[in-house]
Design a protein around this ligand. Structure first.
Ligand code: HEC
Ligand code: HEC
Length: 202
């Protein structure tokens, strides 16, 4: 496996912890089901980032599954936090959205699905800790404009289209400032707590 993932580590770090490039995401410790879904999406071209599409093109499901399981097991330390230089009002908005949502705009709290400690939920919801503001904002924007899709019903699509550009930057800035959790393991599945149904969480 170490040999198999050598092509990945220049961008994702030796154990999937990420690198200094703010756009290359941490993948270590995310639920195996989530990582697998992303690898399949890159292979099949439903999620687009040309270097990733190219690397996993033609790889069989079983091979992708083993890679996903490998990175899901890793628990490397977190990189230093990134201060996006956001003002107090922006950070307050970000915190409110993540922890309480915005009922008036129909936005549920992110923690309802991404976990109290933002470490994700098995099998299909990724942790949001250890991700950089630029990466988070880019992914939410992709959902808003229809460039990133998940299995139907695509709950993240429904949420992202309700976020303004200011909201997107606010959640990214606040999330990027949080201390790493003591235990980065995803929570166990809890369908009852989820405010919307998600096709990737079955
Ligand atoms: C050239 C740099 C680069 C290489 C090499 C690379 N990746 Fe990526 N990877 C990225 C970037 C950038 C993204 C985010 C793409 C996006 O959606 O915009 C990503 C996304 C991912 C994701 C989804 C992460 C998430 O949280 O949604 C997984 C899983 C992943 N890569 C695994 C791998 C594996 C496994 C390999 C080796 C076979 C690999 N990557 C090689 C840059 C790279
Ligand atoms: C109803 C459950 C639910 C809620 C609430 C929710 N999410 Fe998600 N989120 C998901 C699922 C499921 C995925 C994985 C989708 C996939 O398979 O690609 C996801 C993925 C993401 C990703 C991609 C992470 C990565 O590594 O690429 C980001 C960023 C994200 N959510 C941000 C948010 C934010 C910010 C909020 C609050 C405003 C939020 N989510 C609320 C279910 C939810």
């Amino acid at each position: 496996m170490e040999a198999r993932v050598q092509g990945c580590v220049t961008c994702h770090g030796q154990s999937g912890q990420g690198t200094s490039n703010g756009y290359f995401p941490r993948i270590a410790g995310k639920p195996a089901g989530y990582l697998y879904n992303q690898l399949v999406a890159f292979r099949d071209g439903t999620r687009r980032y040309p270097p990733m599409n190219y690397l996993v093109a033609y790889l069989p499901d079983a091979y992708l599954k083993e890679i996903a399981d490998h990175f899901a097991r890793q628990r490397p330390p977190f990189a230093a936090r990134e201060d996006a230089g956001a003002d107090a009002a922006t950070l307050a908005r970000g915190k409110a959205l993540v922890t309480a949502g915005d009922p008036q705009k129909g936005i549920p709290a992110c923690i309802a699905c991404h976990g109290e400690g933002l470490t994700g939920m098995n099998p299909g919801i990724p942790g949001l800790v250890g991700l950089r503001p630029s990466y988070i904002a880019a992914q939410l924007t992709r959902w808003r404009v229809g460039d990133r899709h998940a299995a139907d019903p695509d709950c993240m699509k429904r949420i992202a289209v309700r976020l303004s550009e200011i909201d997107v930057n606010a959640v990214g800035a606040w999330l990027g400032q949080q201390d790493p959790p003591r235990d980065p393991s995803p929570e166990s599945s809890n369908l009852v707590r989820m405010p919307l149904a998600c096709g990737s969480q079955r």
